[in-house]
Design a protein around this ligand. Structure first.
Ligand SMILES: NC(=[NH2+])NCCC[C@H](N)C(=O)O
Length: 426
């Protein structure tokens, strides 16, 4: 059922003026991470909740000034008010836990007894283990339903594209239920045809096939040009399936540039080495984008009723050039390789554009901010008392800097934390 307050996706670029964005305030789920589990839970380090929340609220308040921000937990609560959504959600999340027979029943019943708001919280923050038997009591698991500490990286589990949404197929089990939540929200709050592709559904239908797709690898250069990372998180099979769905839906030619990322922690997603600042300029991690060891890129051209055509390029900039979409690059970390490496690790490339030439960046990536400033960007700390609404609509190039030492320890940056749903056409 369509709700009037729920935004209809409209996204034809990475940089159009932001109208609506979905985000998630980090909550107690962050505290489920321990030194021993951090690696498996995809964190670089454990993070203190209060510190991360105070950093995050600076970002949230700013985003709220320049756009309409929606909290996914609230959307989930609203969706779970539909009994069909509740049934699907409980079944899907409990299935991800691999519980044995009686435990499965028990957890299902516990979740079923919750109100939509409580269930929404349990799906994000986890549900403590009940200890009603010897087996439970002695089990070292802490939760009957695992929390989602990576959910504040809202980018990865769903992607808006044109008038549609693509639900991610998460590469790691610890993030699987994030895409369950997206599926519940989009299927119950938006028009039924909005979800054009669901990685989650593919994964459930073909558990043996390697179908992984995360939003950090998905860039919308324009309506008919996608740039997608093939990475630790996204597989070629998923890209093929996505292309088929998009072609079916829009019946227009489509160009896809697939960038082959090295399978390493620092470059889990494409947006850790390449993000758009405006239509002609990109912020890049030089060694992997323009340097001698640049990531290879394959251009796939798809047209209805024709065989696809594939062309290989040495790197993404060459492929963009060949398409008449060449970009000028600004270097994350400036000219010094040492700072390039340090700031790339600190998600320096991972900035978020809230309009053309208007970005949000972590304040600690000083060399990157300097590089932007020499490109004519005015640097403004988020704490400044500025008329943000007006500035967002001005022609000025801006970099708004936010504190993020703790946020970054979760393994991502500003682009990772935002899921834009509507941007104005360029
Ligand atoms: N779009 C991104 N780069 N997201 C970063 C996600 C970080 C998260 N801890 C993970 O490893 O999955």
């Amino acid at each position: 059922m369509k709700q009037s307050s729920f935004p209809v996706p409209f996204l034809h670029s990475e940089i159009g003026r932001l109208e609506s964005v979905i985000m998630h305030r980090p909550g107690p789920e962050v505290e489920s991470v321990t030194p021993d589990s951090a690696h498996e839970q995809l964190y670089n380090e454990i993070i203190p909740l209060q510190a991360v929340q105070s950093e995050y609220s600076m970002l949230w308040n700013f985003m709220n000034r320049v756009s309409n921000v929606l909290e996914i937990g609230d959307l989930l609560t609203e969706a779970l008010g539909h009994s069909e959504a509740k049934r699907f959600a409980i079944k899907a999340v409990v299935e991800s836990e691999s519980l044995d027979g009686s435990k499965y029943e028990e957890v299902t019943e516990r979740l079923d007894a919750l109100s939509p708001g409580e269930l929404s919280r349990a799906m994000i923050q986890g549900l403590d283990k009940s200890a009603s038997s010897f087996q439970d009591h002695l089990d070292t698991r802490l939760y009957d339903l695992s929390p989602l500490p990576n959910f504040y990286f809202m980018r990865d589990s769903a992607m808006a594209y044109r008038e549609s949404v693509l639900v991610g197929g998460m590469a790691h089990g610890v993030r699987r239920n994030e895409s369950v939540i997206q599926e519940v929200v989009w299927n119950h709050l938006s028009d039924p045809e909005t979800v054009v592709y669901s990685g989650l559904r593919h994964q459930r239908a073909w558990p043996e096939t390697d179908i992984r797709l995360e939003g950090g690898d998905f860039l919308v250069a324009d309506s008919n040009l996608l740039i997608i990372g093939i990475s630790e998180r996204t597989s070629p099979q998923a890209i093929d399936a996505l292309v088929r769905s998009v072609m079916n839906m829009y019946e227009e030619p489509l160009d896809v540039l697939a960038v082959n990322l090295p399978l390493q922690r620092a470059t889990i997603h494409l947006d850790m080495i390449f993000t758009y600042l405006d239509q002609e300029t990109a912020l890049v991690y030089e060694p992997l984008v323009t340097g001698p060891k640049r990531a290879r890129c394959t251009h796939g051209h798809f047209a209805l009723g024709k065989e696809p055509r594939f062309t290989d390029y040495q790197g993404l900039p060459d492929a963009l050039e060949a398409l008449g979409r060449g970009v000028k690059t600004v270097k994350c970390g400036g000219d010094d390789i040492h700072f390039q490496q340090r700031e790339q690790w600190f998600a320096g490339t991972n900035v978020f554009a809230f309009g053309p030439g208007k970005i949000v960046s972590y304040e600690s990536n000083i060399a990157t901010i300097e590089a932007l400033s020499s490109e004519g960007y005015r640097v403004l700390p988020v704490s400044a008392d500025e008329p943000w609404e007006k500035l967002a609509d001005s022609d000025e190039r801006l970099v708004v800097t936010v504190p993020g030492i703790e946020l970054a320890r979760g393994g991502g940056g500003l682009r990772c934390m935002t899921m834009p749903v509507r941007r104005t056409a360029l």
